[in-house]
Structures are given as C-alpha cells and as structure tokens.
Design a protein around this ligand. Structure first.
Ligand SMILES: [Zn+2]
Length: 476
C-alpha cells in the first residue's frame, strides 16, 4: 500500500501562555498507485482506486495495522478523516475505524460520519472529527461498499487521509478561569450584557486573540443559527476540543479560521470562535453565511440531551445578540443569502440539508425563543415590553418587483423613530433613511436610483421592532 507520513510536531508560542506543544500528523493512502492486498471481498484495485467488482452485492476492504504518527498525544487525539470518493452518494460508501494500544485489544468499529457543517462546494468527503484516547498507538480502517443497482455510477475510493491532531498542553477552563467580557464592535448602548466567555487566547488558539483570517468579512447579523457538534458528549477538557475543532476547520477544511462564531460546552462555558470581533462572518450555514451568527453546542443531540447549563448560556448569548443587533427573537425575516424566510433564531436544519442541531435540541427552539424574548424585555435599556404586532401592522411594499422606486405602507398605533435600510445580497448597506412613525396609516415613497436588477433586502427597524421584506428590482 503506498502511504506516507506527513508529520509536523509543532511548538507553537501561545499568545498569553506557555508554549503549546500541539502536534499535527497524517497518514495518506493512495489507492490508485498500488493494489489492495489485505482482507477484502468483492473489491478490486484500479487506476481510479478501490471499487466494488460487482455493485449488486456488498463489498468491503479491511486495512492492515497502521501506526498513529503522533509523537505524544495529550490530552487526547483528534482525528479528521478525509476521503476522495468518485461518484459518492450518502450510504453507498462507508469508512469505519478502530483503535488499539497494543495490536491485541481493539476498540469497536466506529463509522466516520460526514462533517455536517462542511462547505457543499468541497469535493472531498470530510469526516466529522473523532476524539480518541491518547493511549492508542495503532488504527485500522474498513471501507464498505453497499449493494446498489448494477446501473448506478460506480463509486471508487482513490485516496484516504487520516489527519491526527494532539491539542497539547491546554488547561481545562472553568467559569473562574475565563477572561472574556467584551468584544470589539459591540453595541455598548444595549442593556443586555454579553455573558462572560473564554477568549481565543484562553482556549490556546494559535493566533490568540487576533483573527486567524487575514481579512475577516463582516455582515449585519439578522439570524442566529444554532448547531450541535455531532461529536462527543463528555470530556474533561472542552477547551482542547475547541482547539481541535479550530485545527480541523483550518487545516483540513481549509477555512481561514474556525467556522462557528461561538461554541458552548456542556458545562455552560462559552468560547469565542471566529476571530475579528462582533459581526464577523463565519462558515457554518452551507455557504449562506451572510447575515448569520453561528453558535455550536458541543455534543451530539441526536442521542444526548443538552445540559441545563449549556441551554442557560445559549439563552444569554442569544439575548445579548438580539439586543446588540436589534433582532426580535420570536420573529422571522427574509434571509437574503439563503433566499428563505427564516425564524431569527433558527436551527442549522432550517436552512440546509442536515439534522443539526439534533432531534433533542431542535424541538427546544420555540421555548428558547420565548425565553430569550422575556430576558430581552427585562434587560433592554429603557424599553418596556410592547407587543410588536400592535406597533406596526400591514407592513407592505409595492409595487414589488419594481424599478427602484416603490412605496412602503404600514399602520402604526404608536409614535416611533427608526430607519429604513436597503441591503444588497452581500449584506452591504445601499440606502438608509430615518423615518418618523406616527400613529395611523403611513405611506412613504423610496427612490433607490439605478440599481442592478436583482433581489434586495428592505429592513424597517426601530428600538422595538425589526421587519424585513424581500425587494425585487426588475427594470425589464
Ligand atoms: Zn450545524
């Protein structure tokens, strides 16, 4: 079997702490170069890689014993498998792994799940990160080809890459050892505080509190997206898990920084994810990230249940951001980037093909929205609770589609001052005007000038409500 080690044990200087002895190393296997020779059934080696001899019966290939190429893993090892599979379809090809300390006693075979937050444009099959015991020295893998109709395009596995990571000397974090209280670009006038969080330096991000992306992108957040990690449900070092996610996102997925804006562990500790401060754009919503803030709850909530501590932290974070960005937590609005109307607090599955955030977390979202709204009403500066629907109703735009000039119409029961803002599909602000909203019926003509044909977002926003409409400019 043609395989090579790429080993880069590193001593990276931590931003604020001792040297971090994290380590990356990988085993790469090229099935196009050498024939398979291990335990197998109905699998053949070809110049395109391993493929089933006949598709109408199952096939499998079991590797020999491979050494784990880390010099010293602590406090555990994280493994992100990557497979290059031609004609991949979910379920047709599966990759399984098992581990051993001594080549005698082996762990159970563990199926590699697909990383659900990957970029759909990514051609390779990227596996969800696996956390394994630091005492393991060996692994082996199995490739299974499921039975499919003989006329299906033939799936073949050309390359496998097993990317190991040892987080190194990471101190587990508790509520008394985290140092984050504020981030750059926050709306400091909002009365709902950002809850205390672990800074990037606290969890030993190699770039410390600096952003890992050379030039981070920003967008006005209108939607908060809740994820789960679909990984382990217990750990005694969640900070090391967060660092491993950073490594997997940056070094395996090839993103410039960790995908999520925030991460929450089962003890309720909140971790700052992507660097760059408030409203930095992450990578977590099937490539439709403009206007979103991504929060990842650590755990697999297809089988476990989120802890009360984690849910309390999630509520606090959502309350802060709802206040900071003036988002109604129980409302819905048009999300330009995904071309869908979404609840302002949504699960990943609401916009992408995934079960995330899991069958035990997703059904909690309606009560989370209600709790966040109650908390927001309590802490928001100078605001008393007013039912939004009573303030402005019948918010309409016409004509729509239009040629860049249109009327907005609403009925209001109360005086408000606010803004009407128009954004393009990249979330960039194109037009803003202040509006005085008096009780009664109100109509206003807005002239945007010459805009390219396309879909825009119209937002009407006051301290008490936030309404969004899709605006279509069509000059033909
Ligand atoms: Zn997700």
């Amino acid at each position: 079997m043609g395989w090579v080690f790429i080993s880069s044990p590193g001593f990276i200087l931590g931003q604020d702490g001792p040297p971090i002895n994290s380590e990356n190393s990988s085993v790469q296997i090229d099935f196009t170069q050498s024939p398979a020779s291990n335990d197998q059934a109905n699998v053949v080696s070809t110049s395109q890689g391993l493929m089933p001899l006949r598709q109408d019966v199952e096939g499998y290939y079991v590797s020999g014993i491979e050494s784990i190429p880390l010099i010293n893993s602590q406090p555990f090892m994280a493994l992100t498998p990557v497979a290059h599979i031609n004609n991949y379809h979910p379920g047709v090809v599966s990759i399984l792994l098992r581990f051993s300390s001594d080549q005698v006693v082996w762990s159970n075979w563990q199926k590699v799940e697909k990383f659900h937050d990957d970029d759909p444009a990514q051609p390779a099959f990227i596996g969800n990160m696996i956390i394994a015991d630091s005492t393991y020295n060996y692994f082996s893998y199995m490739i299974e080809f499921k039975q499919v109709p003989p006329t299906s395009p033939i799936a073949s596995v050309s390359h496998l890459q097993f990317n190991f990571f040892s987080p190194g000397n990471v101190t587990p974090l508790t509520a008394s050892t985290i140092s984050g209280t504020t981030i750059a670009g926050m709306n400091s006038e909002c009365g709902c505080d950002l809850p205390a969080f672990a800074t990037r330096a606290d969890w030993n991000c190699p770039d410390g509190n600096n952003p890992s992306c050379a030039s981070p992108d920003y967008s006005q957040v209108s939607h908060q997206i809740v994820h789960h990690s679909a990984g382990i449900n217990s750990s005694n070092n969640w900070a090391a898990v967060v660092l491993s996610i950073w490594d997997s996102h940056v070094n395996i997925n090839g993103w410039c920084d960790i995908g999520y804006n925030w991460i929450i562990d089962p003890n309720g500790i909140i971790y700052e994810g992507r660097g760059g401060g408030n409203n930095v754009k992450g990578a977590h919503f099937c490539g439709k990230n403009t206007g979103t803030m991504g929060i990842c709850m650590l755990g697999n909530f297809e089988n476990a249940t989120p802890s009360p501590e984690a849910l309390a932290s999630l509520n606090k974070l959502l309350t802060w951001k709802s206040c900071d960005a003036n988002i109604s937590p129980t409302g819905s609005s048009y999300h330009m980037s995904s071309s869908q109307t979404l609840m302002t607090i949504s699960g990943h599955r609401d916009g992408c093909a995934t079960v995330c955030p899991g069958g035990n977390l997703y059904p909690l979202l309606p009560s989370i929205r209600t709790q966040v709204k109650a908390q927001l009403d309590q802490c928001k500066n100078g605001s008393t609770h007013i039912d939004e629907d009573l303030i402005v109703s019948n918010f309409r735009v016409f004509p729509n589609p239009n040629q860049g000039t249109f009327q907005v119409y609403w009925e209001s029961e109360q005086f408000q001052q606010g803004d009407i803002v128009v954004y393009n599909s990249l979330g960039q602000e194109l037009h803003r005007e202040i509006v005085q909203i008096y009780p009664g019926i109100y109509q206003k003509i807005i002239r945007l000038g010459n805009l390219p044909d396309g879909v825009y977002q119209l937002r009407m926003k006051t301290p008490n409500f936030d309404l969004n409409k899709k605006l279509i400019v069509d000059t033909h």
